[in-house]
Ligand binder design. Sequence first.
Ligand code: 5GP
Ligand code: MN
Length: 326
Amino acid sequence: MSQTTVTAASAAEVAAELRARRAFVMVSHVKPDGDTLGAGLALGIALKRLGKRVHYFQQDPVPRNLRFLPDAECVAGELPADLPDDALFVFCDMSDAARAGERLPAITRDNMLDIDHHLGNAMFGRLNFVLPSECSTGTVVMHLMRELGVEIDARIATCLLTTIMTDTGGFMHSNTTPAVLELSAELMRCGADKEAITEQIFLNKRVAATRLLAKIVDVMQFAHDNRYCYSYVDDTMLAQTGADGEDTEDTVNVLRGQEGVEVAALFKAYDGEIRVSLRSNGSVNVQAAAHRLGGGGHFRAAGLTFAGSLSDAIAAVDAALVAQGL
Ligand code: 5GP
Ligand code: MN
């Protein structure tokens, strides 16, 4: 491969790289969501159709609500032993490579392709195809599909519509532009199974999840003239309800949706770490607040992992949000 340089790549350059390589590992981030996984699966299916060898690496298991995705059964938590040295690792939907998790072996930058839509992407690949104006990494991938001339079949369309519906919150967030709706219509015409996406990702909640939501709502707090709402979930609450981390996915949106609330935080204090989900109505840049504490994301949706106690996490996040104008 060519020498190591960091560039913002064009779709044509990335497509040329994809055509040149024979083997691929599509990589999704820890605590995967429908965007990181759907984007990788869509591009992986397309590359297989071009005759390429494709693997999927994801440190965490596929969440229950994403197991319906085409090829989800091919996702593995380790790399195949016979992977060629020039296999291209395609990182989808992550602002830095560490988001792939510590179980992914170190990879030379020459073999890293970074496909993303986050603000403040670290441009960690040799090629970086990062379009922050796109609503999802899946729609970033659509640019590559067009460049590659791959026809979008029903399986690819379902994966791509999943990325859009995940990252627009079912067409509710402000990133739902007319163009996004047009792309979604195009994907439905290609056979995307919108019914399955709605049912599996947005409905179909476990009773344990709803009981956990009740506990989280029970301990929610309001601050800053009720413009800020935050709550937490810990190991005890999970044990009491029989829920697990996957069941907390939507909860921060419930907090953000309370009357008058502009910013919400959910502190996920279980499994020996504290991860924080932040959401904003657009008045406060939560990506900038998360970035102060080592995390990242988007203007209205961001996250971070905090080293310390729950009360320290709550205080640190409060200070970071205030510094961003809360
Ligand atoms: P969520 O709250 O749904 O876990 O994440 C919201 C957004 O923030 C997503 O775009 C996600 O990729 C990003 N995000 C969450 N946690 C982290 C983190 O620890 N580091 C970075 N860089 N981004 C994060
Ligand atoms: Mn995304």
